[in-house]
Design a binder for this molecule. Structure first.
Ligand SMILES: [Zn+2]
Length: 129
């Protein structure tokens, strides 16, 4: 028990340690929607070692979307730009949230983005008609 707990604490400390680097990289705005409320690092790849490219600086709303649940299509209009983020995990994470809106414009944005074709194809399979 103690081991798992300590590992969790160490991971959180490692993530916090990237706070300043991420804030600078993101220009102090949310890397998905461009908002600036309650910005914090978000762990995009919990199964991987903590690195700068596995973390996103996200606002409170986007961290909620990242965690799952219903997505309001109007609130994620700003995500289209995030699909072009230089770091694939950030672009793919934004695409997954957009896909959950199931809005036509969202699918068009994903389709027209520079995301990896294999990733796009896998995401398309989750589309509801
Ligand atoms: Zn956001």
């Amino acid at each position: 028990m103690a081991k798992g707990f300590n590992e969790h604490k160490e991971r959180l400390a490692a993530i916090q340690g990237f706070g300043k680097v991420l804030a600078k990289r993101a220009g102090f705005i949310c890397e998905w929607c461009g908002g600036n409320e309650g910005l914090k690092p978000y762990d995009l790849a919990p199964e991987r070692e903590v690195e700068e490219e596995t973390l996103a600086l996200l606002c409170e709303v986007c961290r909620g979307y990242a965690g799952g649940g219903r997505v309001d299509a109007d609130q994620v209009r700003g995500y289209e730009g995030a699909l072009w983020h230089a770091l694939p995990l950030i672009a793919e994470g934004a695409a997954r949230v957009l896909a959950r809106t199931n809005a036509d414009w969202a699918w068009e944005a994903i389709d027209g983005s520079g995301l990896d074709d294999t990733f796009k194809a896998a995401l398309q399979k989750t589309r509801r008609h």
